[in-house]
Design a protein around this ligand. Structure first.
Ligand code: ADP
Ligand code: MG
Length: 647
């Protein structure tokens, strides 16, 4: 209930729900980036860090002691210490070791070989000498988002709506929910990403009809066709490509750069550091070319520099085949659903890669409509989640019904599947169907719960198996066994089987066999609570160290390139401060480390200004790399700088 009078100091706005312990946040837990938002009275607000960044890179770096660093800091470590860093863990959510073959070669980290006899166990990652489940890694990301929210809102946050891709199966949804629990968050609801994006645009309050959500992220492409009817979003069809996204744009541009470089330096093998640098620079160039029509970047590796001018038209040529692939998939998905572009009322753009003007143009052409893009495409999903979180706590008119993403059924004789709840059924839902025995005197019946659209059991995902025992001896076909499926509002399934004449019943809550057991979950929760404060301190210390080391490295490389800008006295001064930073980093005091890093920043400010003034391409190369590494406005001025110098 809303207070009639809210009194606060003039000019001071009260924090949202500051007095309400039940504040709930919305989380977009992305493959590349994650975002947290909150909604107050139907107005959403994305929670940013001190630098105004909304995106938290979904990257976790682990220290030997098990402490973790999340986000931009962890991403910086990807270059130097890839063995300690996990990215794109979302691809493994809910996956069992049996799924690994299909993923082989597409994963940017090391997966543990399955242990003898652990058939069907959960995938585990090897990171910095630790063995971790994807659930634990995701929990670190969720913890970081929760902490960001608590810091910004000045209160504890214990509830969240978390989004998942529409195609996520039960196992992946359960894994996501487990990760949230591990992070100390109660998941009010898991909402499909496209549905959340549609909510953010208020499409649930608009005209009924079909909507398309085109989501092009870092490594994945998803297209969803939603039908809005009586306030219910139904996912009519989904499709996509789990290995197509902005990263592929980066590769196309990087190859272009390396091709030019090879021509100029003479053909020879590309070194790993060249490849890495080309990829980073390509990504910068790509993102700049969304705003400006041309620019120039320098590859400065292995002591050879090459300048690469690229304009938007060239970039568009490079990515045309990739963008066409997305529109082809859109057409195929619409065909499957029996709808045409003309039936679609509106298209929502989601994902950082939809900032590319050509992508927008192609989508507009395909649907013959201007796509909805007023809300930042990488924040829109989190905003929708926040609206739903508010609706589920304080209440609002954005109450959403979700649907089952895939059909649910059981295996029948001969390995066939009998679907009990078809896909796209609004949830919560309960349905039952009667089955009978196959043999005379059959005393038990094995129930194998499956999820998927295929007809044969071995082509669907196995969710659970259990046995109904105590069926009284009867002739084949006489027993009546009622199998009931219930899916709750989060898409989680409970299955029960009951013999109707005797009333014997068996019930299972479907926890996929490769999910965490209650026991494992309990243990992890216990550990994480016990260690919460220590973990927090370790995390802050680790962050301070990473940040200080990064600053040191930046100064070292600046001195290598432009050391002549300092006279001997100045240089000695800078080196004194650098030594102090090194000492601080070796110590255990976070405040001292931070202070030393700040001193270094001050001591090198003048030097940095001189480097800027010099305005040479060598500085440009340094800058573009820094821009990427810093993850903020990527070296916008580097691209417009007309000066180019041949070495
Ligand atoms: P995900 O949903 O996979 O977590 P995001 O929606 O955050 O990913 O998208 C990340 C991708 O968006 C990256 O490939 C990034 O380079 C790309 N991107 C971000 N900003 C821009 C931009 N201005 N122009 C082009 N691509 C961009
Ligand atoms: Mg996304």
């Amino acid at each position: 209930m809303v207070d009639l009078l809210q009194i606060h100091e003039p000019g001071e706005t009260p924090l949202p729900h500051a007095d309400d312990a039940s504040v709930a946040i919305g989380i977009d837990l992305g493959t590349t980036n994650s975002v947290v938002a909150i909604s107050t009275d139907g107005k959403t607000q994305v929670l940013r860090d001190d630098d105004g960044q909304a995106l938290v890179p979904s990257v976790v770096a682990y220290a030997p002691d098990g402490s973790a660093v999340v986000g931009a800091l962890a991403k910086r470590l990807l270059l130097d210490r890839p063995d300690c860093v996990v990215s794109s863990v979302k691809r493994l959510m809910g996956r069992g070791v049996g799924d690994l073959k299909a993923l082989a070669g597409t994963l940017p980290f090391e997966v543990e070989p399955p242990k003898e006899g652990s058939e069907g166990g959960m995938v585990r990652l090897r990171v910095a000498g630790h063995s971790l489940t994807p659930v634990q890694v995701s929990a670190e990301i969720l913890t970081a988002l929760k902490e960001r929210a608590e810091e910004q809102l000045g209160q504890k946050v214990e509830k969240a709506v978390v989004t998942v891709p529409a195609y996520f199966d039960d196992a992946a949804r359960t894994a996501t929910r487990d990760a949230a629990r591990l992070a100390g968050l109660e998941v009010l609801r898991l909402v499909n990403e496209p549905t959340a994006a549609a909510l953010a645009y208020g499409l649930d309050k608009g005209a009924e009809g079909l909507y398309a959500v085109y989501d092009l992220g870092g490594g994945t492409f998803d297209i969803s066709i939603l039908r809005m009817e009586k306030g219910v979003f139904q996912v009519l069809a989904t499709g996509g490509d789990a290995a197509l996204g902005g990263d592929d744009f980066d590769h196309a541009v990087a190859e272009h750069f390396l091709g030019q470089r090879a021509k100029r330096l003479g053909a020879r093998a590309i070194t790993p550091s060249e490849a890495k640098m080309a990829l980073m620079t390509a990504r910068l160039a790509k993102e700049c070319l969304s705003r400006q029509t041309e620019g120039e970047w320098v590859l400065d590796v292995d002591e050879r520099q090459t300048g690469h001018r690229i304009d938007r038209a060239t970039f568009e040529d490079l990515i045309t085949p990739l963008v066409e692939r997305t529109t082809d998939i859109c057409r195929a998905v619409m065909d499957d659903a029996g709808v045409g572009p003309a039936d679609v009322r509106g298209v929502v753009l989601v994902g950082g890669s939809t900032r590319v003007p050509m992508v927008r143009r192609r989508v507009a052409e395909l649907f013959d409509a201007r796509p909805l893009s007023d809300i930042d495409p990488d924040e829109v999903v989190a905003c929708g989640a926040a609206l739903q979180a508010e609706a589920l706590t304080v209440g609002s008119d954005t109450l959403l019904l979700d649907v089952t993403p895939l059909s649910l059924g059981i295996e029948t004789m001969g390995g066939m599947v009998e679907k009990i709840i078809p896909r796209n059924t609004p949830i919560p839902v309960a349905k039952a169907q009667d089955f009978t025995t196959y043999q005379d005197g059959q005393g038990a019946m094995s129930i194998h719960v499956l999820q998927g659209e295929r007809e044969m059991a071995d082509q669907c995902r196995s969710l659970a198996k259990f046995v109904l025992t105590g069926i009284p001896p009867m002739t084949a076909g006489a027993a009546r066994i009622r199998v009931s499926f219930a899916v709750d509002a989060d898409g989680l399934l409970t299955v029960s089987a009951r013999e109707e004449t005797t009333g014997v019943e068996q019930k299972v809550e479907v926890k996929p066999s490769y999910g965490l057991t209650e026991e494992e979950m309990g243990e992890m929760l216990y550990d994480s609570l016990r260690n919460a404060q220590a973990d927090m301190d370790r995390r802050l210390l680790a962050e301070a160290r990473v940040e200080a080391n990064r600053a040191l490295n930046a100064v070292v490389s600046a001195l290598n390139i432009d050391g002549d800008l300092l006279d001997d006295g100045e240089r000695a001064q800078v080196e004194r401060v650098m030594a102090a930073v090194r000492d601080a980093v070796a110590g255990e005091d976070r405040d001292i480390i931070n202070a030393a890093a700040e001193d270094l920043e001050k001591a090198t400010r003048e030097f940095a200004e001189r480097r800027m003034d010099r305005g040479i391409s060598a500085a440009l190369a340094g800058q573009s790399v820094d821009g990427l590494v810093d993850d903020d406005e990527p070296a916008g001025n580097a691209a417009t700088e007309p000066e180019k110098q041949d070495h």
